[in-house]
Design a protein around this ligand. Sequence first.
Ligand SMILES: Nc1ncnc2c1ncn2[C@@H]1O[C@H](COP(=O)(O)OP(=O)(O)OP(=O)(O)O)[C@@H](O)[C@H]1O
Ligand SMILES: [Mg+2]
Length: 149
Amino acid sequence: MRLYLKNQLDTEALGASLATLCSPGDCLALDGSYGMGKSTFARSFLRALTGDVALDVPSPSFPILLTYDTPAGPAFHYDLWRLEGPDALDELDWDAACEGIMLVEWPERAEDMLPNGALHVTFEQGAGEDERVVSLTGWPDARLAKLKV
Ligand SMILES: Nc1ncnc2c1ncn2[C@@H]1O[C@H](COP(=O)(O)OP(=O)(O)OP(=O)(O)O)[C@@H](O)[C@H]1O
Ligand SMILES: [Mg+2]
């Protein structure tokens, strides 16, 4: 599925909408280069998942992992840009995360540790400064069909 997002609000709406489809065991791999909106997407996803519209969701770029308690169980937000290598995931609660809800920025750095069946949410620059083109791959069509965008 390919979506055209006009601005940050559209990215936030997509994050909130995808949160309603996720349950423990799901992984969203947030692909795309710097500043494409991965953390912005994750913030609205986690606010929707927790039901707290003002939830503080900093970028996990320095700690690599930030966790959140949600009514759907624990959620794990990773930014793997600074990861030394996939072996380092063992010390970052990766096994527990795979049984919870995971959001992973720079997922290629996890290499083959990334769970099978992850939904890849790939952000690319659109024509205008605030526009983005997003592709969603990795889930069955029937599941993505439930997405309200
Ligand atoms: N359509 C859009 N969706 C998301 N962010 C947008 C959009 N248009 C403009 N922006 C701006 O782009 C920036 C996105 O920053 P964000 O931290 O979410 O990116 P990122 O992909 O997580 O980057 P990094 O790789 O450094 O972690 C924000 O400043 C946001 O306001
Ligand atoms: Mg980020």
